[in-house]
Design a protein around this ligand. Structure first.
Ligand SMILES: C[S@@+](CC[C@H](N)C(=O)[O-])C[C@H]1O[C@@H](n2cnc3c(N)ncnc32)[C@H](O)[C@@H]1O
Length: 259
């Protein structure tokens, strides 16, 4: 199917036929891809940062619409693998805990052309909180759009919620469910909640008044939670099923990729 539609632009194929686009380059749903594509096509950032290069799925769109992209990944193989594909991307290898702050210090004096940040690296609550708070040290000279992937996942969501948004006077808007996520149905991630985009906007003026953390799909997130493997009752049922030992390797690999 996918290969029989050569007349369609590649970007459209990647949004419309997610399951047919093999090997799996992206780790995002159709709704997330479409949102990323649309936002970047409207913003046309002078400078973007991505935390989590992986196989270059989201990076291809960032590279298409940004003048320059800094793509950070703990895995040094990303640079070797993806470098030749993207002439406007500077790859920075290492833990974002160590690489993000020096990069932001480097960009700050350049009258901060930074306009877009995609956070999709470390998926622990502590890791995403740290990435967010590091970005919030940056003083914007123009609007900075921040997307945080996997805001539907309870641990990632907790990390986003616990970040010190109030402490940054340039934050004007935070929404946890710009795009809601999904409850996966495939092993080895059966009944796990992933995906979703949280969104924040920084502006170069000091915020007046209270900042509210919006969660326009909180009910959906809570309903999914009850049916998910994040619910201890359901998790013990999954762990007692015959398929659980068969998927140990896939779980271990996923865990390694989201350190
Ligand atoms: C979910 S993938 C990113 C997917 C990519 N944004 C896309 O949609 O095509 C997460 C990536 O973050 C990287 N990562 C995990 N922990 C990290 C950390 N502490 N610092 C930098 N990168 C990290 C992993 O190596 C992995 O490549």
């Amino acid at each position: 199917m996918f290969n029989n539609l050569p007349q369609l632009p590649q970007s459209l194929k990647e949004i419309l036929f997610v399951d047919e686009h093999e090997p799996q380059i992206w780790q995002m749903t159709s709704a997330e891809r479409a949102t990323l594509f649309f936002l970047l096509s409207q913003i046309n950032p002078q400078c973007s940062i991505e935390i989590g290069s992986a196989k270059g799925g989201s990076l291809a769109v960032l590279s298409q619409f940004s003048q320059i992209v800094y793509s950070l990944d703990i895995n040094p193989a990303c640079k070797t693998r993806l470098g030749p594909r993207f002439s406007n991307v500077e790859f920075i290898a290492g833990d974002s805990r160590a690489t993000l702050v020096p990069l932001l210090h480097r960009l700050q004096p350049e009258n901060s052309t930074l306009e877009f940040v995609l956070i999709d690296g470390n998926h622990t609550a502590e890791g995403i909180k740290r990435d967010i708070e590091n970005v919030l040290q940056f003083k914007p000279s123009q609007p900075v759009y921040i997307l945080m992937h996997d805001s539907f996942n309870p641990e990632v969501r907790a990390g986003i919620q616990s970040a010190n948004w109030q402490g940054c006077p340039y934050v004007h808007w935070v929404e946890l469910d710009l795009v809601p996520g999904i409850l996966l149905d495939r092993m080895p991630f059966r009944r796990q909640m992933w995906g979703g985009f949280a969104f924040a906007l920084l502006r170069p003026v000091v915020r007046q008044g209270e900042l509210r953390l919006g969660a326009n799909q909180a009910l959906l997130q809570q309903a999914a939670m009850k049916q998910s493997a994040h619910n201890p009752t359901i998790l013990s049922r999954i762990k007692n099923s015959w398929t659980w030992p068969l998927t140990a390797l896939a779980r271990a690999l996923r865990h390694r990729g989201t350190r």
